[in-house]
Ligand binder design. Structure first.
Ligand SMILES: Cc1cc2nc3c(=O)[nH]c(=O)nc-3n(C[C@H](O)[C@H](O)[C@H](O)COP(=O)(O)OP(=O)(O)OC[C@H]3O[C@@H](n4cnc5c(N)ncnc54)[C@H](O)[C@@H]3O)c2cc1C
Length: 440
């Protein structure tokens, strides 16, 4: 790190699980930091899917540095084997952590970052670049100077479109009032929008599976409720995943339960269905077409995955993989076209570095469009990057991952500190192997 700016904070953008983990490590390293969070509290995104139960138990969901700080404050750690909901993750871990005196004064809420650049430098200017601090602009116009920037903003606000070609299908914008973001609270707050209605879920990841199971349950309670599931691939096998072989039983059970509903006909499956056109009907429904077949539904749940928003860091020098939008060094390790069985080598600061020294995307955003991210992976990224910012390169490069297996793939040896198996929150299917993902 450039010592000329040692009085400036490291700015962490986003107070999700990974941004807060970075803050924990920055505190432990004695580096000044500021967390800028758009929401009005920590874990704003996690709270949006607060009704969804995670499939990784508590023991995988708590950052080690955060745990140390919480334990010092007398925190009672949740049962490590229990699966929290997103709401519990926020309320029982992230909120108390963000409220610790070591964190609280350094976290600013309602602080949406709209641009990051180098002070006095556009992207083209080279002379003196590395010596210039970062300038982080907030909505409203306030500028914050930083010695380094960690972008932990996630991908939740930039979902993929329904259109199979990666751009909105004709009619998609007009149908927007009938299209739901991934993971509506079907059995809770959003129930009225689905009860008695015919809903199409588009996508083949865990988000789709979660929503399909909720809709199937609603169909057993509310007459007239029906469910159509559209996937782009020829088989739902990858969504069903490892089932009984999954090291995380909850994740395996999700696939088994979904398979049972498809077999029973509660969930009508349309395979090889890429959305080509959406046509609103005069009576308020929509017709969704793949060019050959048409399904008439009342609502559509778009569970097609997410993509990173690099627009607010566009004045920085980024080395982005043309496929995934992760760094180019990380892409081959996570590319669902190549790594369908989900073996991810441990990775840290070296794989996350851009040509812009001092800028890193960490957390789910670091994976770009690869829909296979685990929190524990992000915690290790945060630890490694912060160690590098502190100048401790030995610790920064000693990356370790110890994560549960999906059971989808039996091949592959542990790499370095362990093997990462990949759950999928977006769409599954591009890969040719066992748990590839990212198409519809
Ligand atoms: C439904 C669901 C279930 C999941 N289950 C699991 C699981 O069981 N196990 C697991 O390991 N992983 C799981 N994940 C994956 C992943 O771990 C989570 O998505 C996790 O929340 C990612 O953390 P993050 O900190 O990278 O990003 P996020 O949690 O998305 O946090 C990003 C933060 O940045 C803020 N922000 C965004 N833009 C700006 C801006 N411009 N300025 C300031 N702040 C901004 C947001 O408000 C948010 O608070 C799940 C994901 C989903 C969607």
């Amino acid at each position: 790190m450039d010592t000329r700016h040692s009085d400036l904070p490291v700015v962490v953008i986003g107070a999700g699980p990974v941004g807060l983990a970075a803050a924990a490590h920055l505190h432990e390293r004695g580096l000044p930091f500021t967390v800028l969070e758009a929401g009005d509290g920590p874990a704003a995104t996690v709270r949006e899917w607060g009704h969804v139960r995670l499939f990784s138990p508590w023991r995988y969901n708590i950052d080690h540095a955060a745990r140390r700080l919480l334990n010092e404050a007398g925190w009672v750690e949740p049962d490590p084997e229990v699966l929290p909901t997103g709401g519990q993750l926020a309320a029982e871990y992230l909120q108390p952590f963000a409220d610790l005196p070591a964190l609280k004064p350094h976290v600013r809420y309602g602080a949406r970052v709209v641009a990051v650049t180098r002070l006095g430098m556009d992207r083209v200017r080279t002379a003196g670049r590395d010596a210039a601090p970062f300038l982080v602009r907030l909505a409203g116009g306030t500028d914050v100077l930083a010695r380094a920037v960690l972008d932990a903003t996630g991908t939740w606000t930039t979902p993929n479109v329904l259109g199979a070609s990666g751009i909105p299908a004709p009619g998609e914008s007009a149908a927007a009032p009938l299209v739901e973001h991934a993971l509506p609270d079907v059995l809770g707050a959003d129930r009225a929008r689905f009860a008695g209605k015919r809903t199409m879920v588009v996508g083949a990841g865990h988000s789709a599976a979660n929503t399909l199971l909720s809709l199937a349950e609603l169909a057993s309670q509310a007459p007239g409720t029906s469910v159509v599931w559209a996937i782009r691939s020829a088989s739902p096998a990858r969504t069903y995943g490892g089932e009984a072989s999954d090291a995380l039983p909850a994740r395996g059970a999700l696939g088994s339960r979904l398979r049972a509903h498809v077999d029973a006909g509660t969930v009508e499956l349309l395979t090889a269905f890429g959305v080509q056109r959406i046509t609103p009907t005069p009576d308020g429904a929509v017709e969704v077409s793949d060019g050959n077949r048409t399904a008439r539904v009342d609502r559509i749940v778009s569970a097609t995955g997410f993509r990173p928003d690099h627009s607010f860091v566009a004045e920085l020098r980024l080395d982005l993989d043309p496929v995934l939008g992760s760094t180019r060094a990380l892409a081959p390790l996570i590319d669902p076209n190549e790594h369908s069985c989900g073996t991810v080598p441990p990775h840290g600061v070296d794989e996350l570095a851009h040509p812009e020294p001092g800028f890193y995307a960490i957390g789910v955003k670091s994976y770009g469009r690869a829909p296979t991210f685990l929190m524990a992976t992000g915690y290790e990224q945060a630890r490694s990057v912060v160690a590098a910012l502190a100048g401790d390169w030995a610790a920064a490069r000693d990356v370790q991952l110890d994560l549960p297996e999906t059971g989808v793939c039996s091949s592959g040896q542990p790499l370095g500190g362990g093997r990462t198996l990949l759950p999928v929150f977006g769409q599954v299917e591009t890969g040719t192997g066992c748990c590839g993902n990212s198409g519809t």
